[in-house]
Design a binder for this molecule. Structure first.
Ligand SMILES: Cc1cc2nc3c(=O)[nH]c(=O)nc-3n(C[C@H](O)[C@H](O)[C@H](O)COP(=O)(O)OP(=O)(O)OC[C@H]3O[C@@H](n4cnc5c(N)ncnc54)[C@H](O)[C@@H]3O)c2cc1C
Length: 331
C-alpha cells in the first residue's frame, strides 16, 4: 500500500486493532481475496512493541523483537493493498450492528469516520499495568526495554533459570506469579509490594495458604515503597526504597495485571466475558453473547482480547480461524 489510504464506505471485513492478530486477519483476508480495513492506534500501542526478544516465533531461531515482527507483518499487509487498507493512527470509538453487518466509528486525521463491514474482527489486545514511581510510569521503561524487567511468565520465564528475581506486586496474583516462577528454577525470588500491605483484602483461607507456600519456598516481601531503579549498565534490576535501603536482582518481573482490557466495544455489542475479563468465543473465535452464550453472527474476537493464552502464535491462529470462518460463512 503506497501513498494515502482512500477509505471506502464498506469492506468485507472491518478489523479494529492492528497488532499481531489484526494484521494477520487482514493478511489472511487478502489471501482469500476479501477486502478489509484495519483501524489501528499504531504499533506503539501493541503489547509486543516493547518485547525486545521473542524466543518462540517459528522461523527466528535467534529470537526477534516484537517491534521488528510487527514491521514484517505490516509490510505483508501493505503489499496486499488491492485488498487490505491499514489506517493509522486511528482510534475506534464505537461499533454497532447494522442490517448487513457492522459499522465502526473512528477518529483519524482529526476527523470522525464511519466504515461498514459484513463481518467485524475485534483485535484490540489488552494493556499491561505498569508500576508507578512518584506518580509516573516511565521510570521502569529502560529496564523493560532491555528485558531486565519482564511481564509475561510464559514468554520470558525460560530466561530466569539461576537468576534472582524481584517480583513487583502486592496481591494474590503477584504471590501466585512469584510461586509460578519457581517452575523456571530461579536462584531466589522476592516480592516487592511497593508500600502496600502484602495480600491486603485477600480472603483469610487463600491468604493463609499463599503465606504458607511463600514461606515454604523462602519467598519474602520487601514492603517499602520503591523510589527509583538503577544498575542498568550492569544489566541488573537495582531498586532503591523509600526507607533508604537498596536491593539488586538479576531480573525484575511485573505482576500487576492489566491496566485496560478494552472491554467497551465488545460490551456494547453484547459479548460475554470470562471471570478474568477476556471475551469468550467459540472455536471459530465468534464472540459469545452475554445473554444466551451463543455465537454472535459476524462478530469475531482474536488475539489477547479473547479468552486464551496471550501469545503471538495464538494471535495468529485465532486470526486465521476467525477469517477462514468468516470467509466460508459470511463473505
Ligand atoms: C513485555 C512483553 C513481552 C512479550 N513477549 C512475548 C513473547 O516472547 N512471545 C509471545 O508469543 N508473546 C509475547 N508477548 C505477548 C504478545 O505481545 C501478545 O500476545 C500479542 O501482542 C497479542 O497480539 P494482539 O494483536 O492481540 O494485541 P496487540 O499486539 O497488543 O495489538 C493490539 C492493537 O490494537 C490497537 N488498538 C487498541 N485499541 C484500539 C482502538 N480503540 N482503536 C484502534 N486500535 C486499537 C493497538 O494500537 C495495537 O496495535 C509479550 C508481551 C509483553 C508485554
Amino acid at each position: 500500500m503506497s501513498g494515502f489510504v482512500r477509505l471506502k464506505p464498506s469492506y468485507d471485513l472491518v478489523i479494529v486493532g492492528g497488532g499481531h492478530a489484526g494484521l494477520q486477519s487482514a493478511h489472511k483476508a487478502a489471501l482469500l481475496r476479501r477486502s478489509s480495513v484495519v483501524i489501528d492506534r499504531g504499533p506503539k500501542y501493541s503489547r509486543s512493541y516493547y518485547a525486545p526478544r521473542m524466543a518462540n516465533i517459528p522461523g527466528f531461531p535467534g529470537g526477534i523483537s516484537g517491534h521488528h515482527l510487527l514491521e514484517l507483518q505490516l509490510k505483508a499487509v501493505r503489499e496486499s493493498s488491492a485488498w487490505a487498507s491499514y489506517v493509522a493512527p486511528a482510534r475506534a470509538s464505537s461499533a454497532e450492528k447494522t442490517e448487513t453487518g457492522y459499522a465502526v466509528t473512528f477518529d483519524w486525521l482529526g476527523q470522525t469516520h464511519r466504515v461498514e463491514g459484513r463481518a467485524l474482527v475485534l483485535a484490540m489486545g489488552v494493556v499491561d499495568r505498569v508500576v508507578e514511581i512518584g506518580g509516573k510510569i516511565d521510570p521502569i521503561f529502560p529496564w523493560a526495554n532491555q528485558a531486565i524487567v519482564d511481564f509475561c511468565e510464559i514468554c520470558d520465564g525460560h530466561d530466569l533459570a539461576g537468576k534472582s528475581v524481584g517480583v513487583i506486586g502486592h496481591d494474590a496474583f503477584a504471590a501466585r506469579t512469584a510461586l509460578d516462577l519457581l517452575e523456571f528454577a530461579p536462584s531466589a525470588v522476592e516480592l516487592l509490594s511497593h508500600g502496600k500491605r502484602p495480600l491486603a483484602g485477600v480472603a483469610d483461607e487463600e491468604r493463609l495458604e499463599l503465606e504458607r507456600r511463600l514461606a515454604e519456598h523462602g519467598i519474602r516481601w520487601q514492603e517499602s515503597e520503591m523510589v527509583g531503579f538503577d544498575e542498568i549498565r550492569e544489566h541488573r534490576f537495582g531498586v532503591r526504597f523509600a526507607d533508604g535501603s537498596h536491593r539488586s536482582y538479576d531480573r525484575g518481573f511485573s505482576a500487576l495485571g492489566w491496566y485496560d482490557m478494552h472491554d467497551a466495544l465488545p460490551r456494547s455489542l453484547g459479548c460475554r466475558f470470562d471471570e478474568e475479563g477476556f471475551v469468550s468465543t467459540d472455536e471459530d473465535c465468534r464472540a459469545l453473547s452475554e445473554a444466551e452464550g451463543t455465537a454472535i453472527d459476524g462478530l469475531y474476537v482474536v488475539g489477547d482480547l479473547r479468552s486464551g493464552w496471550n501469545q503471538v502464535p495464538e494471535a495468529w491462529s485465532t486470526a486465521e480461524r476467525a477469517v477462514i470462518h468468516a470467509w466460508s460463512a459470511y463473505l
